[in-house]
Design a protein around this ligand. Structure first.
Ligand code: RUQ
Ligand code: CUA
Length: 653
């Protein structure tokens, strides 16, 4: 009861402080920006930004692409959510991307993008991002800026400590936030403790094509695994996960999961487990999860259901898993560029805890344990502690690094970013953020080589930062110049959805590889038409396949007759253009899905089920030429019992 009271009072204080901070006005920044700061974010018309930022969309399920320092949004990349803007998840080719063991799932909650690495440095080939709600990991190509692959993660729930990349993109790692019965079964919820498990999944990435495969899952105790980061440099081969609810409570977690003075950072020696697995270790367990791949040659995605997954119990691989006590319900778990320091941000702790990788190895070597949890040795807090950053703020969440020996931590409750020194643990600067900051990003901040010029903070609450837009405001981000001793606020910019983490990279690494067109000659879509003359229509019972082409400024065919009510019509539209940035759109009246936006050289298919007799138009939705408004056609739909012959034409009077 005493504990309960303490915790409750603690929360009340937090709430009061929190509310106070929300009401704080931004007067300390209004008008304070000098003109030199304005120059620092000014990208003259026609000039390019120096960095890309890939910002997660949270509950939008997608990923947005921004330029830094301008804060301009360039693109929204659909990942886990249907996207009518270009037909992703609506076109026949992309629908399989959203297949799961639960059927077609058109939405998710995406949190943590991470860019592929070679030798611990960003290589700009792919970006990975997690789907939280229906556990999935996606791989997005940074040449096409399209989602190429999605793999579902079985035995997981609330896929939050994801998706982080090891130093050579050997693995993309996904940890479960919610522990669940493994395998899933009908059981009493109150039997959680000791019975639920937390799966940490190591998904291998094929170095050439990026294809993902769940290599193994470690079945951990039933804690909540909140965030994770790879070791790097000296700690390469290890992975670190913050845990909370080590109490294993199953109700009123706000109180019951805040009892333990310390939770843990779980250290996983994945190299050791990999070796065990390569030698046949682990058990294949029945499972059911989707693996979806979009093939660039056929422009078509396929979904395959996988039927088993390899699981490893911690006790099978002694010496591969340890628990590092960390106060108190830690959220962020961040590893510095050298790989020596592991920062655990205890949400309910006054201090930041930094562990030492070297000391961890020593303690393991000397077998200095402080008991165990479900067979996993617990190291002594004092033995692994590198230092603490004292009283830096309230509600620490996430930390990034600038490569100059400094760390930057966000504080949600006090709405600020605090800069501190690795090794001496002294606070050297602090700047307010507006308001209630979650993650922050430094380009390359999660790698051996951060590019420490900019840092941006992603805030949860916007309030008065922009013109009001009704009850809902887009979340705000703030860009800081961190090249000097003190951080300088440069810019506010709105973000889309709810950004959690973001990954940023110098533009030069990515832009030279960006694809301009798909080569028509390489198009292997089974229903492509590569010239106007190849346009045709094939009836197969009620299914009607229209092989259509589009080029400035017509469709071929543009007059179609012989379609009947009750038919199932597929418009397979090939864009014949071979010019950069000339997509065509395709929309037809009454379609129950969306439009298609077809890239040069690509084929996309829209299904249409005509329900009414008549003559119905279709048209191009993307203003592609001076004669864009002329890009249209008609489909004649006759009664179901009509015997009008199938016919099509272009240019016939
Ligand atoms: S979270 S705001 Cu989903 Cu990364 Cu910490
Ligand atoms: Cu094609 Cu407008």
């Amino acid at each position: 009861m005493k504990n309960f009271l303490k915790t409750t009072i603690g929360f009340l204080i937090i709430v009061v402080v929190f509310t106070g901070c929300n009401n704080q006005q931004s007067s300390d920044s209004n008008g304070a920006l000098s003109s030199s700061n304005a120059e620092k974010v000014y990208v003259a018309p026609g000039e390019h930004d120096s960095h890309y930022a890939f910002i997660s969309g949270g509950y939008s399920g997608n990923l947005t692409v921004y330029g830094l320092p301008s804060g301009r949004m360039f693109k929204e990349i659909p990942v886990f959510s249907q996207f009518p803007t270009n037909g992703y998840g609506y076109s026949e080719e992309t629908k399989p991307m959203l297949e799961t063991s639960y059927g077609f799932v058109p939405w998710d909650d995406s949190h943590h993008p991470d860019i592929s690495q070679t030798n611990g440095e960003l290589d700009g080939r792919w970006i990975f991002i997690n789907g939280n709600n229906t556990p999935r990991i996606a791989r997005v190509s940074l040449t096409t800026f399209e989602t190429e692959e999605i793999i579902e993660v079985p035995n997981s729930a609330g896929n939050h400590s994801s998706s982080f990349i090891t130093e050579n993109t050997e693995y993309v790692v996904a940890g479960t936030r919610f522990s669940v019965p493994v395998p899933q079964r009908d059981m009493a919820i109150k039997e959680y403790k000791g019975n639920f498990k937390g799966a940490l999944s190591f998904i291998s990435v094929d170095p050439e094509h990026g294809h993902m495969n769940i290599k193994f899952q470690v079945l951990m105790p039933g804690f909540n695994y909140d965030l994770s980061h790879p070791g790097r440099g000296k700690s390469h081969g290890w992975f670190f996960f913050t845990t909370y609810n080590t109490e294993e409570a199953n109700t009123l977690l706000e109180v019951n999961a805040s009892q333990n003075d310390k939770d843990f950072i779980a250290a996983v020696n994945w190299k050791k487990i990999e070796e065990y697995v390569n030698n046949g270790g682990g058990t294949m367990m029945p499972a059911n999860y989707a693996h979806n791949i979009h093939d660039e040659a056929t422009h078509t995605a396929t979904s395959t259901m996988k039927k088993e997954v390899r699981v490893v119990n911690p006790s099978e691989v002694p010496g591969a898993l340890y628990l590092l006590p960390t106060p108190k319900s830690p959220h962020g778990c961040d590893v510095d560029p050298s790989g020596e320091y592991i920062v655990g941000n205890g949400k309910l702790s006054a201090n930041l805890t930094v562990h030492s990788f070297t000391k961890m190895l020593e303690a393991i070597e000397n077998e200095k344990f402080d008991g165990e949890a479900y067979g996993i040795p617990i190291l002594k807090f004092e033995d692994v502690l590198a230092g603490t950053v004292e009283q830096a703020g309230l509600g620490p969440l996430h930390t990034e690094f600038d490569g100059q020996g400094n760390a930057y931590t966000t504080f949600f409750i006090t709405s600020e970013v605090v800069k501190w020194k690795l090794g001496t643990w002294e606070v050297v600067d602090r700047k307010p953020t507006y308001y209630s900051v979650g993650h922050l990003t430094i380009p390359g901040g999660n790698s051996k080589k951060p590019f420490g010029k900019y840092m941006f903070a992603m805030n949860k609450i916007t309030k008065d930062r922009y013109l009001p837009t009704g009850p809902e405001m887009e979340h705000s981000a703030q860009l800081y110049d961190i090249s000097g001793d003190k951080m300088e606020l440069l810019l506010d910019f709105p973000t889309h959805g709810e950004p959690h983490y973001a990954a940023a990279i110098p533009a030069d690494i990515v832009k030279k590889n960006s694809k301009e067109i798909y080569k028509l000659a390489d198009n292997q879509h089974p229903r492509k038409a590569t010239s106007d003359a190849e346009a045709k229509i094939i009836r197969d019972g009620k299914n009607v396949h229209i092989y259509m082409t589009t080029i400035r400024s017509h469709f071929s065919p543009d007059n179609i007759e012989g379609i009947k009510v009750g038919d199932n019509v597929f418009f397979h539209v090939t864009n014949l253009e071979q010019d950069f940035d000339v997509p065509h759109g395709f929309a037809v009246i009454g379609a129950n899905n969306a439009e298609l936006l077809i890239m040069p050289g690509q084929t996309r298919t829209l299904q249409w089920q005509p329900k009414q007799v008549g003559v119905w138009p279709f048209y191009c939705t993307d203003f592609c030429s001076a004669l864009h408004q002329e890009m249209q056609g008609y489909v004649r739909v006759s009664p179901a019992n009509s015997n009008i012959e199938l016919s099509w034409s272009l240019g016939e009077e």
